[in-house]
Design a protein around this ligand. Sequence first.
Ligand SMILES: [Zn+2]
Length: 152
Amino acid sequence: MILQTRSEGLILLRPGIERTIATYVAENEIGLEAGGIFIGSYRGPHIEIGSCTTPLPRDVRKPTLFDRSDPGHHAAALEAWKESSGTDTYVGEWHTHPVDDPVPSDLDLRTWRTIMRRVSDPLIFLIAGRRSIWCGRGRGGELAALTVIDAA
Ligand SMILES: [Zn+2]
């Protein structure tokens, strides 16, 4: 999948990521929110997302809350950073909402702003629902919604 904002670079999600996230919006999983982080690389104005983490044992999964509290997510990003000699890194996060067409909650917006204060590079925030996704690119506390330009 390829996404873009009106003025910034492209966001490329490798196909395996969409398949992985899709398993968490299936009927047997969507009753509890799920999530993880995106690991990828910056290529000029573009971001290529190569992999993602999925819920780990110490995360909190509730019907309308996902709290990414397991240290394994951060560890995975650190491992990718080392293995790629510093090109692959944390580039954002994803979680699910138990609705058809998700939009960010107030808590999501507050959480993302906190993350944006710690990371100066642009970040991708994605929410997956049963039917569609909401995806935005955030930087410096500003969030711009992304449009899917190629669903393949
Ligand atoms: Zn949310």
